[in-house]
Design a protein around this ligand. Sequence first.
Ligand code: GLU
Ligand code: ZN
Length: 287
Amino acid sequence: MNFITRFAPSPTGPLHLGHAYSALLAFDMARAAGGTFLLRIEDIDQSRARPQWEAQIYDDLRWLGLDWPAPVMRQSDRLTVYRATLERLWQMGVLYPCTCSRRDIEAAASAPQEGGAPLVGPDGIVYPGTCRPSAPPSRAMPEDTPLRLDMARALDMVAPPSFRETGAGPEGESGTIIADPAAMIAGIGDVVLARRGMGTSYHLSVVVDDAAQGVTCVVRGRDLFEATVIHVLLQGLLGLPVPEYHHHRLIRDESGKRLAKRDDARAIALFRAEGASPDDIRRMVGL
Ligand code: GLU
Ligand code: ZN
């Protein structure tokens, strides 16, 4: 099988050392396998995406010595594809509308009958199910309304999500990973698949696009390991192939703290301005 991987940054700030590591590792893996390295711009959050950051991404990656086939897939161009996918899931009866605010969810999740402290999963507080209908909605899918995945109903329709991990999760998980449906219901819950004002979500778009681009190995940071079972569940529901996953270590600062998106002090552009070479960047991230 031909190896296809991708780097999928969001143009919401400068690329930092963590991004450089992820992109270089994916590029090196593709080259070693005689495969393909793709770039995808994940700009579904139009309130935060900026053309200047997208331009800086191309510039920084080229400077690092990477190249990729054109045209670059841009998620903001694919809203009709996401909409059609949501429509399919709606027809399957695994989606429901929910307009609860974060505050509503916090209040409901910490109500005394819920047992006090709210449970936190990969998407934040586990949704307490306030709006979940007892039967799938029979009406047409509403426009411009946030939609959640009925996790229990979805898991009932497919085999337990499983995938091959060629890197490692936070606890060293590797090899064949098989999700425990009960743990997904309790610890992840009904995630949002169509966000307010976006018409999609990270989980939905990443699954649809990895399949559309024929990605065979997803290389990304270990912080996304817990979300992977959600992606594999969606692949199962949609009849999409399950790629291999390679979750890599995270680049940390001197104090051991994980680099955040807003950690502009580690921006590649800054190292460039200070005269660092691409090889210096490779050394800094241990490649
Ligand atoms: N767009 C995501 C990010 O910037 C990465 C998504 C992925 O690699 O699955 O963190
Ligand atoms: Zn709700």
